[in-house]
Design a protein around this ligand. Structure first.
Ligand SMILES: Nc1nc2c(c(=O)[nH]1)N[C@H]1C(S)=C(S)[C@@H](COP(=O)(O)O)O[C@H]1N2
Ligand SMILES: [Mo]
Length: 329
């Protein structure tokens, strides 16, 4: 990645917030999913209390959207959908930012299943259409900070991964989760390149995975996830660099030992297991103190200060209490 073929920022039209009417009509599939789940759409609100302390991460000004992140304090503009769906990292479809949008149409998202394996009392495989109904769909508007130094603000639809974790009942030996994503040469032209070890694998500590902000996402901008954004199911971990959020997941393994990740295998000194957003710990080849917000790329646009844990320190800081964040990067 991270050789930064980061062009295309010269003459961008200012992004627009999706007009509310268009946005809301696209939410229909979610209403269906939410209604099917847990018997009632109201259940979508049930999770709110758990997160009521969470100041809105970003841009939560979208009227009518339900989100368990209550109390909007920041008013950051949502990134234009066009930018979020055409400027992507998904190396299975190529390493240029525009490659996934052009190539991901070959990804087959049905049938699709997600296998849960390892240290759980109830290992099983979920059909994707079953999985989506496991919990009520919520909207979360999160900042996304890529390790390369750019960022976006994206409305996701999904539910906290903790719902799934509870359903499969981890054993006492489960300390970490490993996310395994699809690696099929027939569908993914990027696999011909040796840029990463395939399949793309990622990992979390169990307590990180249980954090309510850790989202298993099925949609964005009120629609089913576009293929280039990791359809049909991906993680979204807003306090970590973007590469921790694995796309197109086919397996989640519960394990005792910290798993190797694809990016650690590629360059352990550059991409650590934790990879929490941290403006004080620079990448060996560039500073992480600031970021370029996609959509603010005009000639006179200023870079923004990068926030500790991407601004989610009040929520997630406790997970890392007492850890040396320079050592556990
Ligand atoms: N399977 C897979 N997941 C992936 C990647 C990838 O190459 N393959 N790239 C990661 C990186 S570097 C980022 S920044 C985010 C980008 O997500 P987006 O394109 O939806 O913004 O996806 C992450 N998940
Ligand atoms: Mo990234």
């Amino acid at each position: 990645m991270h050789v930064t073929k980061d062009r295309g920022f010269i003459h961008r039209v200012p992004s627009e917030i999706t007009p509310r009417a268009a946005y809301e009509s696209r939410r229909d599939w979610l209403r269906h999913a939410a209604l099917a789940a847990a018997g009632s759409g109201l259940a979508a609100w049930a999770g709110r209390d758990a997160l009521a302390q969470t100041p809105a991460p970003a841009g939560a000004a979208l009227p009518g959207a339900h989100s368990s992140v209550a109390g909007a304090v920041t008013m950051e503009k949502i990134t234009a959908r066009k930018d979020a769906t055409t400027y992507n990292n998904f190396y299975e479809f190529g390493t240029d930012k525009s490659d996934p949008a052009g190539a991901a149409h070959t990804l087959k998202t049905r049938p699709w299943s997600v296998a849960i394996e390892g240290e759980v009392k109830k290992p099983r495989s979920f059909d994707i259409d079953e999985l989506i109904k496991l919990a009520p769909i919520e909207e979360r508007i999160y900042r996304l900070r890529c390790v390369e130094g750019w960022s976006m603000v994206i409305p996701w639809q999904g539910w906290s991964l903790s719902n799934l974790i509870k359903a499969v009942e981890p054993t006492g030996n489960a300390k970490y989760l490993q996310f395994v994503t699809l690696a099929d040469r027939a569908q993914m032209p990027g696999l011909r390149s040796g840029v990463l070890d395939w399949p793309y694998v990622e990992g979390l500590r169990l307590d990180e995975a249980m954090h309510p902000l850790a989202l298993l996402a099925f949609g964005m901008y009120g629609e089913v996830l576009p293929k280039q954004n990791g359809a049909p199911v991906r993680m979204v971990l807003p306090w970590k660099y973007g590469f921790k959020s694995a796309k197109s997941i086919v397996k989640i393994r519960f394990i005792a030992q910290q798993p190797k990740t694809s990016w650690e295998t590629a360059a352990a000194n550059e991409y650590g297991f934790y990879s929490n957003v941290n403006p004080l710990v620079d990448h060996p080849r560039w500073s992480q103190a600031t970021e370029r917000r996609i959509g603010e790329d005009g000639l006179f646009a200023k870079r923004r200060a990068t926030l500790m844990f991407n601004g989610y320190e009040p929520q997630v800081g406790q997970l890392y209490a007492g850890m040396d964040l320079k050592k556990f990067y």
